[in-house]
Ligand binder design. Structure first.
Ligand code: FPP
Length: 254
């Protein structure tokens, strides 16, 4: 039985080389959800799920580079996540610092440019330093931009954008009549990236949870019940294959 299912899985799972022939999404966003439930199912502390989630992320970054994805944005810590138990928040802060410390060299060698998107408020000093270092070291890489959404909330991002536009209007740098979609995009945290083509959410939750609200007006969504630590290369390739079958019309008729 095991042999049959692994045989079927191997022929049903698309290969990177085949997917590269189709339209690979330029920008992929991911809501990495389900770490806590993955751990709970194994009667383990939630933090074990977060640690397992890092291995998934490593694989997804590697596969994204392999596929030729140009921008990968992951929702690592939301502006609402500070309300989790302090021990979990502390664990996550250490996990970000440790993971970036361990992976930086390899990310750099693979041409990945790291960008942190989100509000800098509340962020512990050691995390800020680690983020700044990662951004500095990788700043001239151009294979793929890896955006880490940290202390990120899209409504907060939009509020920041509105405030900055008003400031620039007052300074005479922006004319009210020139405010359009392009200008607003240029005030978001993702101003250097195109809008996401595909957003994946794991764990069977069907919501956006304040992630890239402005940017996802025409994004394709892919929801899977697979929990983030179980989201393997096979699952990722299937999500990309599913995206390649979509007919994107951007509101037009074809
Ligand atoms: C959501 O699962 C996951 C998180 C809040 C953290 C994800 C972070 C990582 C995988 C580490 C990433 C590392 C770097 C350096 C970017 P959940 O806790 O909400 O799971 P649940 O819904 O099952 O409770």
């Amino acid at each position: 039985m095991n042999f049959i299912s692994s045989f079927l899985s191997s022929i049903l799972t698309p290969k990177v080389k085949d997917l590269k022939k189709g339209s690979v999404p330029q920008h992929v966003g991911i809501i990495m959800d389900g770490n806590g439930r993955w751990a709970a199912r194994r009667h383990l502390p939630r933090v074990v799920g977060h640690r397992a989630g890092v291995a998934t992320l490593r694989q997804v970054i590697k596969t994204s580079v392999e596929l030729g994805v140009k921008y990968l944005t992951v929702f690592a810590f939301s502006s609402e996540n500070w309300d989790r138990p302090q021990r979990e928040v502390d664990f996550l802060m250490d996990l970000f610092v440790d993971t970036l410390g361990q992976e930086l060299d390899s990310l750099n060698k693979n041409g990945v440019k790291i960008k942190i998107i989100g509000s800098k408020k509340k962020t512990p000093e050691k995390v800020l330093q680690c983020f700044n270092h990662a951004e500095d070291i990788t700043s001239s890489n151009n294979k793929m931009v890896f955006n880490i959404a940290f202390n990120y909330g899209s409504r907060g991002e939009i509020i920041d954008a509105v405030k900055n536009i008003i400031r620039d209007c007052r300074r005479g740098k922006v004319d009210i009549e020139d405010i359009n979609e392009k200008l607003i995009s240029s005030y978001t945290y993702t101003r250097e990236c195109p809008d996401p083509d595909l957003i994946i959410r794991t764990s069977g939750e069907y919501r956006i949870s304040n992630f890239l609200l402005w940017q996802s007006a025409y994004t394709e969504f892919y929801f899977t019940r697979t929990l983030w630590p179980d989201f393997s290369k096979k699952h990722y390739l299937r999500a990309i294959q599913n995206y390649q079958k979509r007919n994107r019309r951007f509101g037009r008729v074809q």
